[in-house]
Design a protein around this ligand. Sequence first.
Ligand SMILES: Cc1cc2nc3c(=O)[nH]c(=O)nc-3n(C[C@H](O)[C@H](O)[C@H](O)COP(=O)(O)OP(=O)(O)OC[C@H]3O[C@@H](n4cnc5c(N)ncnc54)[C@H](O)[C@@H]3O)c2cc1C
Ligand SMILES: *[C@@H]1O[C@H](CO)[C@@H](O)[C@H](O)[C@H]1NC(C)=O
Ligand SMILES: *[C@@H]1O[C@H](CO)[C@@H](O)[C@H](O)[C@H]1NC(C)=O
Ligand SMILES: *[C@@H]1O[C@H](CO)[C@@H](O)[C@H](O)[C@H]1NC(C)=O
Ligand SMILES: *[C@@H]1O[C@H](CO)[C@@H](O)[C@H](O)[C@H]1NC(C)=O
Ligand SMILES: *[C@@H]1O[C@H](CO)[C@@H](O)[C@H](O)[C@H]1NC(C)=O
Ligand SMILES: *[C@@H]1O[C@H](CO)[C@@H](O)[C@H](O)[C@H]1NC(C)=O
Ligand SMILES: *[C@@H]1O[C@H](CO)[C@@H](O)[C@H](O)[C@H]1NC(C)=O
Ligand SMILES: *[C@@H]1O[C@H](CO)[C@@H](O)[C@H](O)[C@H]1NC(C)=O
Ligand SMILES: *[C@@H]1O[C@H](CO)[C@@H](O)[C@H](O)[C@H]1NC(C)=O
Length: 492
Amino acid sequence: MMFSYITILASVIPLSAAAAASANIKGLLQDRSNKWSANTTVYFPGDAEFSNETLRWNEYSAPTFAAVVRPGSEQDVQKVVKLSISNNISFLATGGRHGYGTQFGKLQNGLEIDMSAFDMVQVDKNSSMMTVGGAVHFGDIVDPLYAAGKEIQTGSATCVGLVGATLGGGIGRYQGLHGLILDALVSLRIVTAKGDIVTVSNSSHPDLFWAMRGAGTNFGVILSATYRVHDLTNGGQVMNADMIFPGTANVSFLDIVQSMQDKIPKELSLIASMAYNSTSKMSEIIANLVYVGPEDAGREAIKPFLDLKPTVHEISMLPWNQLNSKAAFGATALECEKGGQHSMFGVNVRNVSASTYVDVFEKLDDFWNSNPAAQGSSFSLEFFSNSAMEAVPDDATAYPWRDTKAYLMLQMTWSNASAAESANAVAEELRSELVKSSGYPYHSVYVSYAHGDEPLESKFGASKLPRLAAMKKEWDPDNVFAYGAALPMKYP
Ligand SMILES: Cc1cc2nc3c(=O)[nH]c(=O)nc-3n(C[C@H](O)[C@H](O)[C@H](O)COP(=O)(O)OP(=O)(O)OC[C@H]3O[C@@H](n4cnc5c(N)ncnc54)[C@H](O)[C@@H]3O)c2cc1C
Ligand SMILES: *[C@@H]1O[C@H](CO)[C@@H](O)[C@H](O)[C@H]1NC(C)=O
Ligand SMILES: *[C@@H]1O[C@H](CO)[C@@H](O)[C@H](O)[C@H]1NC(C)=O
Ligand SMILES: *[C@@H]1O[C@H](CO)[C@@H](O)[C@H](O)[C@H]1NC(C)=O
Ligand SMILES: *[C@@H]1O[C@H](CO)[C@@H](O)[C@H](O)[C@H]1NC(C)=O
Ligand SMILES: *[C@@H]1O[C@H](CO)[C@@H](O)[C@H](O)[C@H]1NC(C)=O
Ligand SMILES: *[C@@H]1O[C@H](CO)[C@@H](O)[C@H](O)[C@H]1NC(C)=O
Ligand SMILES: *[C@@H]1O[C@H](CO)[C@@H](O)[C@H](O)[C@H]1NC(C)=O
Ligand SMILES: *[C@@H]1O[C@H](CO)[C@@H](O)[C@H](O)[C@H]1NC(C)=O
Ligand SMILES: *[C@@H]1O[C@H](CO)[C@@H](O)[C@H](O)[C@H]1NC(C)=O
């Protein structure tokens, strides 16, 4: 089945109109009749904090802002949403500022609603529940949970917004045991497109709860979210194994991955990156394997990879709350760095095809050799057991890809803008190759890993779209929550 990709042209607003819009936003926000609470801050271009407030992990096709409001109270979130809507001001609520689809670039001279004051983390040990503010990062929750003897499935980085990730799915190393992050979600407290505060859960607006677990950026600003958490597995001790293989190991390495596709233990995860090493000037494979359990069982599970004789391997037992900051040789520190150029092309697969990935690696190797300014680009593969995620019925949430076995990502980056075009061109070609052997009838992609040009069906699933469109029409008929991966009002 074929659906066509969408070309996003950054909206071209005449300069004078943009300046007038900015002046309008500034005037409206500074109006004293707003009576912002003492903890609410407003920033404009030129203020010392403005660039920090708006800097994103990805500056490629990024939104631009004429102002930032950092609300200090729930009432002020309502106030700024209502003010924006009644004055036709386009806005984006932000948590960790790690969202990266090219669609964000459609927002120019808009208003950022920076939710960073909503940073509460509350763990209720007795009921195994955790409530967090709308801007809490993965890295903020691990210590409070660990102290309470609890864990939750998170993503693999530390600076990414927990709520931002939940709204699209939320994948990571503990998903084999506990499912998607959105499977842990119990309720959301949101400000709707009417400016109302609404609780969304199984018992309060269950249809909206269904839709927000997969297409959640479309319906409101999230003030707080409550999750079900789990007792620590293996007393909180987890095995981390980091390895580096020479590029020449690609065939054997990928054959192992393919052979594991139907039997990866639920405790095991693999995140591997095929990259160019600028020191050795050679391609290589960096692999992070995590086993949630005792070391002997973990070593047994990763034996095929150890037998391949990595040039570097470091294996250690870690407490769960240190895993994300230490795994993959501490790669998350880099993932926290904002301001880079990243053009990301994700593909979900339910068929792991070693021969396809060997070919992609080969073509990337040619690309690295002929494009030195784009040698930071890589091809990565995240492989988790999908048993817990598949145990949840497909119709329980809007999330469409519960049968996915691995998440592939071409991460294009460049140090010189002149390399952007060739990087995007090779990625588009390789992406279509990856889609062909994916085992899905059409390009399927975890919505938060999408490039931004995919057809709606690729991000939301054709079977989910009629109900999602109906929910969008009911809850956000004027499409004010438009700059994440946006839903249509009508489908087909
Ligand atoms: C380095 C890196 C590592 C990643 N690792 C993982 C991973 O391991 N697992 C995984 O599942 N995903 C991962 N992601 C993807 C990530 O889940 C998405 O990019 C997610 O959208 C980021 O949310 P954020 O709050 O950080 O970003 P933002 O850019 O602040 O927000 C992204 C989107 O979510 C919306 N949003 C965020 N917070 C709120 C809120 N409080 N109210 C309303 N809307 C909100 C925004 O409006 C926007 O549409 C990673 C991304 C990066 C860049
Ligand atoms: C304002 O912020 C301070 C410091 O972060 C905090 O102690 C206080 O509770 C906040 N007040 C409100 C009304 O949120
Ligand atoms: C901007 O952020 C950086 C890094 O967090 C910090 O060191 C710097 O002081 C910030 N600048 C301003 C003006 O807030
Ligand atoms: C709202 O703003 C957009 C541009 O941001 C413009 O195209 C549209 O006409 C405006 N609508 C109204 C009702 O002013
Ligand atoms: C948690 O449970 C313990 C033991 O049952 C009880 O003593 C304590 O009061 C409970 N705490 C809360 C916050 O409910
Ligand atoms: C919602 O209700 C369904 C059916 O009663 C139940 O199976 C599911 O576990 C509930 N989900 C949450 C998040 O509580
Ligand atoms: C992949 O492995 C094959 C077989 O070892 C080797 O010939 C090829 O050069 C490798 N490719 C890369 C990019 O290293
Ligand atoms: C890159 O190559 C250098 C030199 O051979 C080596 O020390 C290093 O481990 C390699 N990998 C990474 C990720 O730095
Ligand atoms: C960027 O690439 C262009 C074209 O290849 C080249 O002329 C220019 O010198 C490069 N700039 C830098 C800073 O490397
Ligand atoms: C799945 O992968 C295998 C191994 O590479 C390949 O031969 C096969 O064609 C793929 N299946 C589908 C349905 O794409």
